[in-house]
Design a protein around this ligand. Sequence first.
Ligand code: HEC
Length: 125
Amino acid sequence: MTGQIVQPAIPRGLVAALVLAAAAACVVVALLVLPASSRDPYTRQTLELRGSVEHGAQLFRLNCSGCHGIAAQGLVGPDLHGVSQRKNQRQLIQQVVSGRTPPMPRFQPEPQAMADLLAYLNGLV
Ligand code: HEC
């Protein structure tokens, strides 16, 4: 006797609709998120400034070391060494100002202070 494998029937129309919905979602994300972050005046202004590593280190000790450790070695938050290889400058700014990854709070440093923090983070190799 030969048995037949029974396949679950997935309607083709449903698959196509799901693929289409996923593609549409990608387009929406690309249109909304990417240009917004590159045109954001705060980010642009911050990236035009030259940051001070020393002042950045001071800001870091006061605001960030409670979670990331006094030498950014990681505690509640991750080790930040080499973070500028994992994330680009815009992503680093977003990480600090967005508050999108609790428990890390949303910080609102002046552009110069943000540039200083960036200089410090970029120096953590
Ligand atoms: C209340 C704790 C807390 C404080 C304060 C905090 N962080 Fe964080 N931070 C975190 C946590 C937790 C994560 C991981 C978030 C995730 O990705 O889920 C994180 C992630 C990051 C990352 C991304 C790390 C990576 O590997 O991608 C950077 C950069 C960062 N923090 C910088 C800072 C800076 C700069 C400050 C100070 C202005 C700061 N954090 C203050 C908790 C904190």
